[in-house]
Design a protein around this ligand. Structure first.
Ligand code: COA
Length: 433
């Protein structure tokens, strides 16, 4: 390997020195999710006292987001494109902002200056012989953000896997910080009986040769646990986790039947444990692509038999899906849900599935409701919605009348809530249930 350290010695600085180049008023983009550079984030917050009104933009934070802590508001303001556990309180209390957008739009926002970028913080693999560093586990909007930024600061971490698909050359980086630290990990969720029931229904909609998009959480993982005897499944998903590695090792996922990117796992970010990160490292079968490719509904629509599996917080009797708000509190975001619902619905043989428990709040709150909560956003519209699955079964809503939809949804609601939903049905449609 070429001695890049010699060639680029003038760019290698301490983390303190690299972050010194950030100025008050700058807009910084962080690499997304588990790809975030923890040492650059920590140092930025260490230097808070010299900084004012720095905006930090990214999708979900999987780190601790110290810039969102009370007391930081004079120094930092977070603009979230997706709200997560460590940023939710700050958004709720008005100390951070949320920008609604489809995930596939994020690169355009940065590229076209709708969200101006002064600085980008990257975390990259070690360079190859040609001096190219891989974006590793977070490719989604990283390259467009780096191209748009006036200043590119990169942590090079030998723990960042080298993935195929998208990279940046050392020439295009202004300051390099060498630090090998473990990547942020997401542990596999606990799969209980409830998730297994829902997973079983979803799995019944999946056939040999289908391609899967999997959202995050226990339900997608439960679905995977039912697919052990399927053949030639494919993956085209904005993200995937450890569960897919198990199926790949069993030979269940081969990607052979995919009508585009045949033979390849395609994704734009990864969240899991070292098992996943080792699986993708130098693996030519895994293509990490930008989100305006993976999530573009027109690209997704080219994949015959693609099945998208996502979740929701509420579905009303018309089939309108709220996947992101509790009343007027922004809980998460749209992420890639609508990108994949639209793509899968257009695809030949495609199915868009929203899978969720019938209740929440220890069984006291029905997720199937006459009306969405006041203030809640409609994530997936009634025109886009396709399958809704709960532990009580499957409701197929495409091409169904409002009356048929309401009836199908009541049949998969928790029995305790059915009488009230039926009363609403009879009032709304002037007929017996
Ligand atoms: N009313 C009140 N609270 C509700 C609720 C409702 N209708 N639905 C959920 N909640 C609460 C739960 O009680 C839970 O609270 P807790 O954290 O205090 O226990 C919390 O919201 C999370 O609910 P849960 O059902 O466990 O969420 P999840 O982890 O399965 O995630 C979504 C579900 C919808 C939040 C998540 O899938 C999401 O953000 N989706 C939108 C984006 C998307 O689909 N992207 C696609 C690819 S990643």
């Amino acid at each position: 390997m070429k001695d890049w350290k010699k060639e680029y010695a003038h760019k290698i600085v301490s983390v303190e020195e690299a972050v010194q180049h950030v100025k008050s008023g700058d807009n910084i983009v962080f690499t997304h999710a588990c790809g975030e550079s923890q040492c650059l984030t920590t140092e930025l917050v260490n230097q808070a006292d010299r900084l004012e009104q720095v905006t930090i933009m990214h999708m979900v934070a999987m780190g601790t987001a110290p810039y969102c802590q009370p007391g930081m508001e004079k120094h930092f303001r977070h603009n979230a494109l997706f709200v997560g556990g460590s940023t939710r309180k700050a958004v709720e209390e008005g100390r951070a902002d949320y920008t609604p957008c489809f995930f596939h739009e994020a690169p355009k926002f940065f590229r076209e200056g709708l969200l101006p970028v002064d600085v980008v913080f990257l975390q990259l693999s070690e360079p190859d012989e040609q001096g190219n560093c891989s974006f590793g586990i977070s490719v989604d909007y990283t390259q467009p953000a780096a191209s748009a930024a006036k200043l590119v600061i990169a942590q090079i971490n030998k723990n960042m896997p080298r993935t195929y698909g998208n990279s940046i050359h050392l020439d295009d980086i202004d300051y390099i910080v060498e630090k090998d630290e473990p990547l942020i990990e997401l542990q596999p969720p606990k799969i209980g009986d409830l998730e297994k029931k829902i997973g079983g229904y979803v799995a019944s909609l999946i056939h040999d040769g289908d391609t899967l998009q999997l959202g995050i959480g226990a339900i997608p993982d439960a679905v995977l646990s039912f697919l052990g005897d399927k053949k030639d499944l494919g993956i085209h998903s904005e993200m995937f986790s450890d569960g897919v590695v198990d199926l790949a090792n069993k030979g269940v996922v081969t990607n052979k039947k995919k009508t585009i990117d045949t033979g390849k796992f395609v994704s734009c970010f990864l969240m899991g444990t070292k098992k996943l990160y080792d699986f993708v490292n130098n693996n030519p079968d895994v293509e990490m692509k930008p989100v305006d490719y993976t999530n573009d509904p027109f690209v997704v629509a080219k994949i015959d038999n693609i099945i998208s599996i996502n979740s929701a917080m509420q579905v009303d009797l018309m089939g309108q899906v709220n996947a992101e708000m509790i009343g007027n509190r922004q809980f998460s975001g749209v992420g890639g849900q609508v990108d994949f619902v639209r793509g899968a619905s257009r695809a030949k043989g495609g199915k868009a599935i929203i899978a969720m428990s019938a209740t929440t709040g220890k069984g006291k709150i029905s997720k199937i409701v006459p009306l969405l909560d006041e203030g809640a956003a409609i994530t997936t519209s009634r025109n886009d919605v396709d399958y809704i699955v709960t532990e009580y079964g499957i409701a197929s809503l495409k091409a169904k009348t409002l009356r048929q939809r309401a009836a199908a949804l009541i049949n998969i609601a928790h029995p305790d809530f059915r009488p009230a939903l039926i009363a609403e049905f009879e009032k709304r449609f002037h007929c017996k249930f």
